[in-house]
Design a protein around this ligand. Structure first.
Ligand code: GLA
Length: 755
């Protein structure tokens, strides 16, 4: 059992395998946060201190007691207008215009199983895997009720938090701000780790000290965004990859979000995750309610690596759904970087034939197959197959592709509309724009108002009529701009961005239910909507439009802090790379793409015979390790933006097998040797190198004195060779010396098996 309530002390304790979370209803009915962290015993209310503090006022209930102030006490769900001047988890504007919500405990319920949030993505679990605590708080004056929901997944060390806000009063209120999780810490110095970026360069790690003031990240783009990922880590000062205390907060939502970290006047820290308050003014009439999407909390006392693995496991097993969530994904080839808009049916069939020869499982026909769509200026919304361009019907094309021995997948972008489209000419009012104002264009397209059911239903029918035309086994769901001109003809404007996301979820849910055998990959200009919310519907997401292997190691490094490898869409593309102009060997590109769902994004007809042979070998190799890669434990072995190499490894659950991956990032004259330390092995076990994959076009090994000493394939510089055995402890404590090569960006993959 993970949830305990002590009646007399009114203390709630949530226990997971290695963590404790505690809160208390105090004498005035306020719900105070007591503790979250490494497992502890006993009641933690002794941590609460009471002093008369200047300019931190006292609630009326405290009478003449000046030592009781909500401005200083740690709170579970702090509300605006109660004398706590720190940032609030909830801001309610009452009918009289006042902003106040005085939340007091009313009752609670403990249930078996994990609560669900209808219409929202959320962690799911069996009855035996989870418990739920619901605490009801009420503002007696406005009759606003707040239901705090806690899901406890004991074995996973996961606690989820969500909130429902009800208006049981008679007049309309406006929810101006709502978080789903708040963590107050009465002591300690902390850093915040967040992940910033831009299109084609997503999820770069930033670690900052939380000093006095606030540190805020979020999105106002309508999607979770390329710019900030909706997930943060709070870490003690000395926490590293492998040691120290850290907390994660992952928002299960794909729209506007806000995460704040604040150090108050007394040196206490508050961290929150929830809905963005800008562009959000959600009216609640009598008996209406609002759901604040879920935040997944976790804690580790063993550093970021352990915390990440908890999230990987939770997302893989309790967020990703459907037939493909645990299946090895098909190796696919996508037409985008192979042909962009310049293709016809023959091109796709040719791609299929080449794919079959290379051992690729699936061809994906990307953007350009519908309406008038020979570039990105027109056609969105017209989901009719352009048979003239293809030279055949979609059904015929799919048959030909299947006949070649490969599966068929297709690209869609349902949320968008081009002004130059039949749909826009018929329904200009379906595009989001503010009456009387010219809209913002982005990629020359507008956004369909997915908060409106009639708009969604129409597009859903159109998409289904395409999917019904043949044996389509994969859909890439794209979304290529940020929302602007927030306005809906049918809606109260303060709800639009929220209802838009719910509309997207509704559409995706229907699509999943109707086509359970289709694998859906999410995408938003690459990784612009890479979040746990989308992963509930699409078990993989195109990680970035940047396919350059060297940039990718950094993007995939940041992504790995929360999201499992099975969620990361990664492909080998052509060189010079289309986004950076950089040339990296096919081998290195393969090693990097294998830290994801693996596939190709190039025109095989432009490859040499040797390259094709190498790709065949690459795919054989990938398939050999696919289960270990997708379901194994993931270890980061370096920070590629700080170290001279990028390294990561996969270790099977039972510790029997491991695959080490290293990409060398620096080359210098008289190069020094990098020793890569492995992780996750059994220290006392002996591991044998079962295979080592270096570069066939390897570059020369530099021997002593800088003399070139020949060029052989593989990593073999005498230190690492197939058949050699090492103790796990040796590999982890002393590491492996990486070969020094006369070449830029060589990469190595070394497979180990316990003997
Ligand atoms: C986005 C995607 C790409 C590709 C193009 C097509 O940029 O991220 O992978 O599908 O759209 O227009």
């Amino acid at each position: 059992m993970g949830i305990f309530y002590q009646e007399k002390e009114r203390i709630f304790t949530l226990q997971t395998a290695h963590t404790t979370y505690q809160m208390k209803v105090d004498d005035f009915g306020f719900l105070l946060h007591l503790y979250y962290g490494k497992k502890v015993c006993g009641n933690m209310d002794y941590l609460l201190t009471y002093y008369d503090r200047g300019f931190s006022g006292n609630p009326a209930d405290a009478g003449s007691d000046r030592t009781y102030s909500l401005d200083a006490l740690p709170q579970e769900y702090p509300a605006m207008g109660t004398g706590d001047y720190r940032s609030s988890a909830i801001v309610i504007r009452n009918a009289d215009g006042s902003e106040c919500c005085d939340l007091r405990y009313v009752f609670h319920v403990i249930k078996k199983g994990k609560y669900e949030l209808k219409g929202f993505p959320a962690v799911f679990a069996d009855e035996e895997e989870a418990e739920t605590l619901e605490i009801f708080l009420e503002d007696k004056v406005s009759k606003v009720v707040v239901q705090l929901l806690y899901g406890v997944l004991e074995k996973e060390d996961i606690i989820t938090r969500s909130v429902k806000i009800y208006n049981h009063g008679t007049s309309e209120i406006i929810v101006e701000k709502a978080a789903s999780a708040c963590l107050d810490f009465v002591s300690g110095a902390y850093d915040l780790l967040s992940f910033y970026g831009r299109h084609a360069m997503e999820r770069n790690l930033r670690r900052v000290e939380i000093g006095h003031g606030s540190y805020v990240i979020g999105s106002r783009r309508g999607t979770s965004s390329h710019q900030y990922n909706p997930a943060v880590i709070l870490a003690e000062k000395n926490t590293t990859e492998d040691t120290g205390n850290c907390y994660g907060m992952v928002f299960v939502y794909s729209g506007n979000f806000l995460s704040e970290a604040e150090k108050d006047q007394y040196g206490q820290i508050r961290v929150m995750m929830g809905l963005q308050s800008d562009c959000f003014h959600y009216p609640l009439g009598k008996d209406e309610s609002l759901v604040v999407p879920e935040t997944i909390l976790s804690f580790s006392d063993k550093g970021f690596g352990d915390l990440s693995r908890k999230y990987h496991h939770c997302i893989r097993e309790h967020i990703c759904r459907g037939k493909y969530s645990r299946q090895i994904r098909p190796v696919l080839i996508n037409s985008w970087e192979a042909a962009y808009f310049d293709f016809n049916g023959e091109t796709i069939c040719k791609l299929a034939e080449e794919a079959a020869e290379l051992g690729i499982d699936m061809v994906v026909m990307d953007d350009g197959w519908f309406g008038k769509r020979d570039d990105d200026n027109s056609g969105l919304g017209d989901w009719q197959v352009n048979e003239k361009k293809l030279g055949c019907s979609l059904g015929e094309l799919i048959q030909r592709v299947n006949h070649a021995g490969v599966k068929f997948g297709i690209w869609i972008e349902p949320e968008m509309i081009s002004e130059d489209s039949e749909l826009y000419r018929e329904h200009p009012d379906w595009a989001m724009q503010i009456p009387g104002r010219a809209p913002n264009r982005s990629r020359n397209q507008l956004v369909l108002d997915f908060s409106r059911a009639e708009v969604r239903d129409y597009i859903f029918d159109r998409i289904c009529s395409v999917l019904d035309q043949g044996n389509i086994e994969y859909v890439k769901w794209d979304m290529n701009r940020s929302l602007a001109d927030i306005y809906s003809r049918e809606q109260c404007q303060g709800k639009v961005t929220y209802d838009y996301v719910l509309g997207v979820y509704d559409f995706l849910e229907k699509l999943m239910q109707k086509y359970p055998d289709i694998l859906i990959e999410g995408c938003s200009g690459g990784g612009g909507r890479f979040d746990a919310g989308m992963l509930y519907y699409t078990p993989q997401i195109w990680c970035s439009d940047n396919t350059d292997a060297i940039d990718r190691v950094q993007i995939q490094y940041g992504t790995s802090f929360f999201y499992p490898v099975s969620a990361v869409g990664a492909h080998v593309s052509a060189v010079p790379n289309h986004q950076t102009g950089r040339s990296v060997s096919l081998h290195t590109r393969g090693v990097v793409a294998m830290a994801g769902t693996f596939g190709y994004e190039l025109d095989p007809s432009k490859l040499s015979r040797e390259e094709k042979e190498e790709i065949r070998e690459q795919i054989r190799q990938y398939k050999q390790y696919a289960a270990l890669i997708q379901n194994g434990n993931y270890y980061r072995l370096s920070n590629p933006s700080e170290e001279s190499y990028a390294a990561w490894m996969f270790v099977s659950e039972d510790g029997e097998e491991a695959l080490l991956n290293v990409v060398m990032l620096k080359t210098h004259g008289n190069m020094t040797v990098d020793y890569v330390k492995l992780k996750g092995l059994m220290p006392d076990a002996v591991y044998e190198v079962t295979a080592e994959y270096g570069d066939s076009a390897c570059g020369k090994v530099i021997a002593e004195n800088g003399n070139a000493a020949g060029c052989e394939a593989g990593t073999d510089n005498g230190n690492i060779a197939a058949g050699r055995c090492y103790y796990g402890s040796a590999l982890m404590e002393a590491g492996l010396p990486m070969p020094v090569r006369m070449k830029e960006y060589p990469a190595y993959q070394i497979a180990f098996k316990k003997v």
